[in-house]
Design a protein around this ligand. Structure first.
Ligand SMILES: Nc1nc2c(ncn2[C@@H]2O[C@H](COP(=O)(O)OP(=O)(O)OP(=O)(O)O)[C@@H](O)[C@H]2O)c(=O)[nH]1
Length: 380
């Protein structure tokens, strides 16, 4: 059988119930002692029991059952204030009791609703006093006996201590909640930072070739469109080199695939040293590379390609424990000579590369340029 959990009572309702229950018993005693010397009759005793002994439990029930407990508790405080005003006036404003009752009414409502609460507390007390005035029994008897004074002072002491304790507990809870919030916020920030880093890593991975670390074809497509549009807009040249390693299959066949990979990595590293930092160096295919040279004329691109050819042919690559001599064939194409579209540029560079291969490899062919000159012959 499942039991439903008891409803959670608002902390203000709980606090006021606790404060009322304990302080009202003491107030009952203090007012009762004062009442012994007053000619108020038996109805006063009935009212005293009703307000200070039964009242707190009824007020608690009302606030606990209410769908709007704060509002109900506000009403309870107004009732307290009116009752206090009535007792003050009925007893002839005995000094210590008047002080305690007015502090009790004003302190609670002010803490609850600020200046507005203070005004409401004063108004509720005044309403209580007016009832006594209307009954025509207003008197002035400020003196109090020793016992009533002592009980009154004790009531005030207990009330203020209870309020201070509640405030202290509340501030500890608030402090803990704030710390928890701060910890959760920190964890969230860390998670966000981690996500940001992961996102950046993924973005980087999406545009990089994992073997060589060069940009991949996908990146090239986007970049080339952008660079060509800029070149067209500003009327500046744009060149590209399409390079393909010569007889690379032989490296794989003779030295193994891993050595082939190592060669590709070393060629990529070498290529990076031969071009400017802003040039986009991409792995275009298996053993094919493409370098985008923004702002470079056809002649400058050809010179760059010749330098790359020489560098690779003259510098043996350390791979698989061997020094391998590699060469590549390079096709160069430029905007505006070879057209205003990326497809036209790549196709022209591809044709030039094919021609370089056909003419014996290890050489540069400029698309639409004069017959190429052979470079130093290379071998594995
Ligand atoms: N090790 C390694 N080999 C690759 C990779 N990608 C492509 N290859 C190899 O590169 C070789 C390319 O061979 P081919 O297209 O015949 O060209 P080639 O041997 O360089 O001859 P030419 O281009 O005509 O000079 C093939 O054997 C591919 O398997 C790679 O990532 N790693």
């Amino acid at each position: 059988m499942s039991s439903t959990p008891p409803p959670i009572v608002h902390w203000i309702v709980r606090m006021n119930h606790r404060n009322r229950t304990s302080c009202f018993v003491l107030l009952f005693a203090a007012i009762g002692v004062q009442l012994l010397d007053q000619p108020l009759g038996p109805w006063a005793w009935v009212a005293l029991v009703l307000q200070f002994l039964i009242g707190p439990q009824l007020q608690y029930l009302l606030a606990r059952r209410s769908t709007r407990p704060i509002r109900a508790e506000f009403f309870n405080m107004l009732v307290d204030g009116a009752g206090f005003g009535l007792w003050m006036a009925a007893l002839g404003f005995p000094l210590v009791l008047t002080l305690i009752l007015s502090i009790g009414a004003c302190f609670n409502l002010t803490a609850f609703r600020g200046l507005r609460g203070l005004a409401e507390a004063l108004a509720s007390m005044a309403a209580g006093v007016l009832v006594v005035v209307a009954l025509g029994s207003l008197a002035w008897r400020p003196q109090m006996g020793g016992l009533a004074t002592a009980l009154g002072v004790l009531t005030l002491h207990v009330y203020l201590s209870l309020v201070a304790l509640s405030a202290q507990r509340r501030s500890v809870k608030l402090h803990e909640a704030r710390q928890q919030l701060r910890a959760s916020e920190q964890a969230l920030q860390q998670q966000l930072e981690q996500n940001r880093r992961l996102h950046a890593q993924l973005e980087e991975q999406a545009i990089r070739d994992p073997l060589t670390g060069l940009f991949n074809r996908r990146y090239l497509v986007d970049t080339m469109e952008r660079e060509l549009a800029q070149a067209v807009r500003h009327g500046v040249p744009l060149s590209l080199m399409l390079m393909d390693l010569d007889h690379f299959k032989q490296v794989n066949d003779d030295c193994g695939h891993q050595t082939g990979d190592e060669v590709l990595r070393r060629v990529a590293a070498l290529l990076r040293t031969q071009v400017r930092a802003g040039d986009a160096v991409c792995r275009y295919g298996g053993e094919e590379f493409l370098v985008l040279l923004p702002g470079m004329s056809e002649a400058q691109a050809e010179a760059c390609a010749q330098r790359c050819c020489l560098e690779l042919a003259e510098r043996p690559l350390e791979a698989g424990g061997r020094a391998l001599r590699m060469t590549w064939s390079i096709g160069v194409a430029s905007h505006p000579a070879q057209g205003g579209s990326t497809q036209a540029l790549v196709a022209a560079a591809d044709r030039a590369l094919y021609q370089a291969k056909r003419l014996g490899r290890n050489r540069v062919v400029v698309a639409g340029g004069p017959a190429p000159v052979a470079m130093i012959s290379a071998h594995v």
